[in-house]
Design a protein around this ligand. Structure first.
Ligand SMILES: O=C(O)c1ccccc1NCC(=O)[C@H](O)[C@H](O)COP(=O)(O)O
Length: 228
């Protein structure tokens, strides 16, 4: 389905407390993300994540974010947390994505790190295999974890992208720049983490609301202008 056929999906990623999760759910976001990468400041242990997921279930789709996990680990995680989606944020190959989808029965978001137009070559490899492709900024070279660094990339390189596959945009989005990002990239969805934080891993409820209001307004304006 093309981006124009459905409303913008907003995902708030890296939620780790009941208070900030409730703030995100109250805005009506479509997706919330829980990070299971132990090196991340947003890491939530599976038992806490299960409680957060129970709060979110039926109100937003639950995304479990993992990095290069094997299928046995994923099966345990899925059983404990019962997410709706897995977000694969490591070096998972198209074959691994296919195998993980088949083993877990879950929909999969595959994240690709983008710095310039050459990185978009990977997009075609995951089309028709991942349910969504997330175009995220590449992390710094010495980063301890591969996402959530608040870095943007040049959205103008997305103009030539094949839009028959739904893609999401992330990387340095915030309440101020999300409107321009939506206008330029025309994504199916947007994903934010550090742009709605006070410090790494510390979400700010006011910024979450500001982000959602700005993204919804931008999506409505783009639809009105017939550009999405
Ligand atoms: O957010 C993390 O800590 C994280 C850790 C390991 C892998 C991925 C991670 N985040 C991925 C996301 O989905 C973020 O929302 C995305 O990278 C955008 O982050 P930001 O630029 O901070 O908005």
């Amino acid at each position: 389905m093309s981006a124009s056929a459905q409303p913008l999906a907003i995902k708030i990623c890296g939620l780790s407390t009941p208070e900030t999760l409730e703030a995100a759910l109250a805005t009506g976001v479509e997706m919330i993300g829980l990070v299971f990468h132990p090196k991340s400041p947003r890491f939530v242990p599976p038992e806490e994540a299960a409680a957060l997921a129970a709060m979110a279930r039926g109100r937003a789709e639950i995304v479990a974010l993992v990095v290069d996990r094997d299928i046995a680990e994923l099966t345990d995680l899925v059983e404990a947390v019962r997410p709706d989606w897995l977000q694969l944020h490591g070096r998972e190959t198209p074959e691994a994505v296919r195998a993980i989808r088949a083993a877990t029965g879950l929909r999969v978001i595959k994240a690709l790190g983008i710095a310039d137009r050459h990185d978009l070559a990977a997009f075609a490899a995951y089309q028709g295999i991942a349910d969504r492709i997330l175009l995220d900024a590449k992390p710094p070279k010495d980063a301890a974890y591969p996402g959530g660094h608040g870095r943007t990339f040049d959205w103008s390189i997305l103009a030539a992208l094949d839009r028959t596959s739904p893609f999401m945009l992330s990387g340095g989005l915030d309440p101020v720049n999300v409107a321009q990002a939506i206008a330029m990239a025309r994504p199916w969805g947007v994903d934010v983490s550090s742009g709605v934080e006070r410090a790494p891993g510390v979400k700010d409820v006011d910024r979450i609301t500001e982000f959602v209001v700005a993204a919804r307004a931008a999506a409505a304006a783009a639809a009105e202008a017939g550009r999405t």
